[in-house]
Unconditional design. Sequence first.
Length: 297
Amino acid sequence: MKCSVKAPAKINLSLDVLGKREDGYHEVEMIMTTVDLADRIDLTELPHPQITVEVSEGYVPSDHRNLAWQAGHLLQTRFGVKKGAHIYITKRIPVAAGLAGGSSDAAATLRGLNELWGLDLSLDELAKLGSEIGSDVPFCVYGGTAIATGRGEIIEHIDAPPPFWVILAKPPTGVSTADIYRGLQLDAVTHPDTPKMVEAIRAQDFKQICSQLHNVLESVTLGLYPEVANIKNQMQKFGADGVLMSGSGPTVFGLIEKESRVNQIYNGLRGFCEDVFAVRVIRSANTCLKPDKNGIL
Ligand SMILES: C[C@@](CO)(OP(=O)(O)O)[C@H](O)COP(=O)(O)OP(=O)(O)OC[C@H]1O[C@@H](n2ccc(N)nc2=O)[C@H](O)[C@@H]1O
Ligand SMILES: Nc1ncnc2c1ncn2[C@@H]1O[C@H](COP(=O)(O)OP(=O)(O)O)[C@@H](O)[C@H]1O
């Protein structure tokens, strides 16, 4: 049996850090939404209890460090699954970019293996398991748009924002999420107005969404990597309606209402940045796709 699953990237429309927790993590309040830049996960059932991983990009680990491997191993051990799986990951989401590529691969693997191994777990159960792998995995299990609190694992679904274009631009810099959280000076932070952003999304008010974009981790990353500030400036200069860094960075996203402006901004950024994508917001996580009798998805 085979199954293929899409693993979409996320952006943080708003990211607040409320305090430091005793477990070393930070208490957050984030508004997250999925965009249609996705990795593809191809799962093949194996008759013996082994998890193997292959990745299209050689620099991503294909052993126990891969979050998709961890997802498979977690399901296997927790539910005594006697079968195994080969996980092939076609990477399209830039790595260590603030777009939750690894977390989404883990979430898609949980959804796909749940179906392939006939475990019949609910999305809520998968999200709970996912929180053992990483803070962003529960959100990625559901997809859509949500407020994430706790260390990111408590998910409250909200309306999708109105349709708009999102341009993602990532400089050739890998960022360590732990380093960025560590560099945050909580007493010097200006907090976003999260209820205002939620209200703007509910009212489908694009202008208000753009004016409420705020990420408290941005100043830490911008201080360490001036190239991120440079991309922000360029994105603004080329005419994006709203601009913000996603997660711990270094990817910067621009929100654009008018389709006619997308090409111009995309081409302008491509002039000095290799990783640029023009995408749209998507409304929910993809479920497992089954091949037809000819093996075609
Ligand atoms: C910043 C965010 C925003 O969505 O995304 P990315 O930039 O990674 O995409 C997330 O909070 C990242 O979530 P995730 O990447 O799953 O983090 P984890 O693997 O759980 O943790 C990595 C490290 O980040 C720090 N960490 C993470 C989450 C949190 N609420 N507080 C923290 O202090 C901890 O030092 C932890 O060891
Ligand atoms: N399936 C995976 N895809 C990408 N990176 C992975 C994966 N599994 C583990 N990793 C590791 O996780 C780290 C963070 O990657 P990623 O999830 O892309 O970043 P971010 O959390 O910033 O969105 C990378 O350094 C990478 O080595």
